[in-house]
Design a protein around this ligand. Structure first.
Ligand code: F6P
Length: 410
């Protein structure tokens, strides 16, 4: 009997690009394991596209141990763009093609968001490089055409590995902030990553935050007035609030009389993105100045992106890797595996997956069904979406009400 596997002698190389997530190592491990089953040799390209420049930077993952539960990416990442950009006008595609040849790579698998997979798509379309994309982003804004069925309606949602683990952390953070807030009868403005989309910010609502501001809906002067009214009203009733804000919120600047964003650094990366950070501080101080209520800001920053891969992400990456195996067997390139519908963990199975043409990937912001623009919060539809991923919300309360002592009655 011939025991040779069908792809013996061929090589798959995996890279991860852009911001890391807790689910990248899990994606690498699962893809690597599927490729090994088919007989491929598996390389890891270090630091995203950067590992295909110059001499190349490659490691052999073939029969090595790999811990997919550990967060981040053991291959490291970068925001290197192979194509000319404002920051780097050099076209580095020839170097990439040269290295793919030199290292004898037959199939390239790119774990990334819109930037990394967008570049992979161009390499596939323009240069015919056999590429398979794999979704990744805590922002959850890479279009996956995953449908969410809610009360008989079908809504186009998004489901990218990395988002479930990050959403878990953001919701926990909102939940934990409650006790310090209650103790000081404060408002806490919790800033969450998300340049262009508020999917991750919504998970704070799942953790009990009362209000949320997202990049999809600009905070014009008029909307800002209504927002402060809403804050006043809710604070009167609850005596403490958690307000989640996406880092990329467009906020009306009273002095400049225009909408603006708050940058940590205006220097752009090779995909043209500046770095956001600090909007929560602006909003907290405006709340204090306008309403006279004590408010603080808390930037969740890199915390949601850090740490171990949650169980949902673990299974999600495994299921999507099954689809990669399918693509590898059929030598069907220029595709990315996706979930067809939002399902609870026990239904993350092969029959709920599909592939989409990498030509149709792109950014997917929040749908109107998920956000209540009048009340500055997320809707029950969004809570249902996240329930599939995180289970039922857990919102503990102190639970006791003490009677006030009246000295006149003693
Ligand atoms: O990968 C996307 C993201 O998580 C954005 O939400 C955020 O703006 C960005 O990464 C920050 O990444 P870094 O500071 O690591 O470049």
């Amino acid at each position: 009997m011939n025991k040779d596997k069908i792809f013996k002698g061929k090589t798959v190389a995996i890279l991860s690009g852009g911001g890391d997530t807790p689910a990248i190592n899990s994606s690498i491990e699962n893809i690597r394991n599927r490729a090994l089953i088919l007989g491929f040799k598996v390389y890891g390209i270090r630091q995203g596209w950067k590992g295909l420049l110059g001499e190349g930077d490659m490691v052999d993952l073939t029969n090595q141990p790999y811990n997919g539960i550990y967060g981040g990416t053991a291959l490291c990442s970068s925001r290197t763009n192979p194509f000319p950009s404002e920051k780097n006008p050099e076209d580095r595609v020839p170097q990439i093609i040269e290295n793919l040849k030199r290292y004898k790579i037959d199939v390239l698998i790119t774990i990334g968001g819109d930037d990394t997979n967008g570049a992979a798509k161009r390499l596939y379309e323009r240069c015919g490089i056999p590429v398979i994309g794999f979704p990744k982003t805590i922002d959850n804004d890479l279009r996956t055409r995953t449908m969410h069925y809610y009360q008989g309606k079908a809504i186009e949602a998004v489901l990218c590995p990395g988002y479930p683990s990050a959403a878990k952390r953001v919701s926990e953070m909102a939940r934990h902030l409650r006790s310090t807030n209650e103790s000081h009868q404060r408002i806490m403005v919790l800033e969450v990553m998300g340049r262009d989309a508020g999917w991750l910010t919504g998970s704070a609502i799942f953790g009990g935050a009362e209000l949320a501001l997202v990049p999809e809906y600009e905070m014009t002067s008029e909307r800002k007035e209504r927002f402060f009214e809403q804050v006043k009203l809710l604070y009167k009733e609850k005596k403490n609030l958690v307000i989640a804000v996406s880092e990329g919120v467009r906020w009306w600047d009273d002095n400049a009389q225009q909408l603006g964003m708050v940058y940590a650094s205006s220097e752009k990366d090779e995909y043209g993105h500046p770095r956001f950070g600090g909007i929560s501080g602006v909003i907290a101080s405006e709340i204090t100045n306008r309403l006279g209520i004590s408010a603080r800001s808390q930037i969740s920053g890199y915390y949601p992106r850090s740490g171990y891969c949650c169980e949902y992400d673990r299974l999600l990456t495994s299921t999507l890797a099954d689809k990669v195996l399918d693509l590898l067997i059929r030598e069907d390139y220029g595709k990315m595996p996706v979930m067809t519908k939002i399902v609870p963990i026990d239904q993350l199975e092969e029959y709920n997956t599909d592939t989409i043409d990498m030509g149709s990937i792109g950014n997917r912001p929040l749908q109107n069904a998920y956000y209540n623009t009048d009340e500055f919060t997320f809707t029950d539809v969004y809570v249902d979406f996240l329930k599939n991923i995180l289970g039922n919300p857990y919102l503990p309360e102190f639970g006791y009400k003490f009677e006030k002592v009246n000295p006149d009655l003693l």
